[in-house]
Design a protein around this ligand. Structure first.
Ligand code: SF4
Length: 315
């Protein structure tokens, strides 16, 4: 019953909130569109895909993280008295109302005459921010600079892992050349959006990255269909994973004989130099699946369920 209530109302609330904060996203090019794959940006605006309840809940994590940051920024501003914070601040490219950014937060320092862009991301912890995040933040800074040429502008990507509570900030240095490229990209995207009948859908430029996994139009994407061709950022992670895994395997080799020697002492429970240590031996019943399958095939069949499993093999 509660699930039904959420299923019905969460998308309604999300649409209402999105319409208030972001307007009709299919009518303009935003900073997040510019930072990402052009094919995804265009296809997802022209052919929006239905969003499952699970995806909607995942999207809501972003709002939760923003609420956490907003409360802290508000308190900081109350205490400092020389600062203010704008949430979902809209900055527009001069002369082009359909190219804009909704900046998560802009922290204004009236004494230092400085505005700080804060872009909040919810994700598993990363050691370096994704290119799309950096580009988004540079674009936001660029728009603010055009709005206030006399004021200093800087920017940060703030990553919050809601599962672990880990938090990391990455300062993003403004780059004039990248900003100009992003403006050109935005103008090209907007031209496509405004002339959909002229789009060569098979020839749309692609930008493959690890974020393809979250792309709503990946099922029709030729790059994603090629399972042997991986984006560079995913390759980097695979290489890192293999390196760490190699270290773990070598540590495993070292620890295995120690484990056997310690266990040979027999059961114990003690604290050694502050380290809690115990070895217990117990018995438990377990099901002999091969015998059950052979001797009671109907019963085996009756209680067998299809489970999705995955396996990652690297190295
Ligand atoms: S799967 Fe990746 S490359 Fe393909 S459209 Fe989506 S984001 Fe772009």
């Amino acid at each position: 019953m509660i699930r039904n209530i959420i299923e019905t109302n969460l998308p309604k609330l999300a649409n209402k909130k999105g319409a208030v904060e972001l307007g009709d996203r299919s009518a303009y090019i935003g900073a997040s569109d510019i930072g990402q794959c052009p094919r995804k940006a265009i296809m997802s605006k022209l052919f929006p895909q239905p969003i499952s309840l699970e995806q909607q809940i995942v999207f809501e994590r972003g709002h939760l993280a923003e609420d956490i940051v907003h409360e802290s920024l508000l308190e900081h501003c109350r205490e400092s008295k020389r600062k203010s914070v704008d949430a979902q601040y809209e900055a527009t490219l001069p002369g082009q109302p359909n190219i804009k950014a909704h900046i998560d937060f802009v922290l204004n320092d009236f004494v230092e005459q400085k505005r700080t862009v804060i872009e909040v991301k919810t994700a598993s912890m990363v050691t370096t921010p994704y290119d799309s995040w950096i580009n988004q933040c540079i674009f936001q800074q660029g728009l603010l600079m055009l709005e206030n040429p006399e004021i200093q502008v800087d920017g940060y990507v703030l990553v919050i892992d809601l599962k672990t509570g880990a938090l990391a900030e990455f300062k993003v240095d403004y780059d004039e050349v990248i900003f100009s490229e992003l403006v050109a990209k935005a103008e090209w995207l907007l031209a496509q959006l405004q002339n959909p009948q002229e789009i060569d859908y098979d020839g749309l430029p692609l930008y493959q990255s690890i974020l393809c996994g979250y792309c709503g139009v990946k099922d029709t994407c030729p790059a994603y269909a090629d399972k042997g061709k991986l984006p560079d950022d995913l390759k980097d992670l695979i290489i890192r994973y293999a390196e760490i895994n190699k270290e773990i395997k070598s540590l495993d080799k070292e620890i295995a004989p120690l484990k056997e020697t310690i266990k040979a002492y027999g059961p114990f429970r003690a604290t050694v130099d502050g380290i809690k240590a115990s070895y217990t031996v117990s018995e438990m019943m377990s099901l002999d699946i091969p015998s059950l399958k052979q001797n009671e095939p109907d019963l085996y069949e009756m209680y067998s369920v299809l489970k999705k499993t995955d396996r990652l093999n690297i190295g």
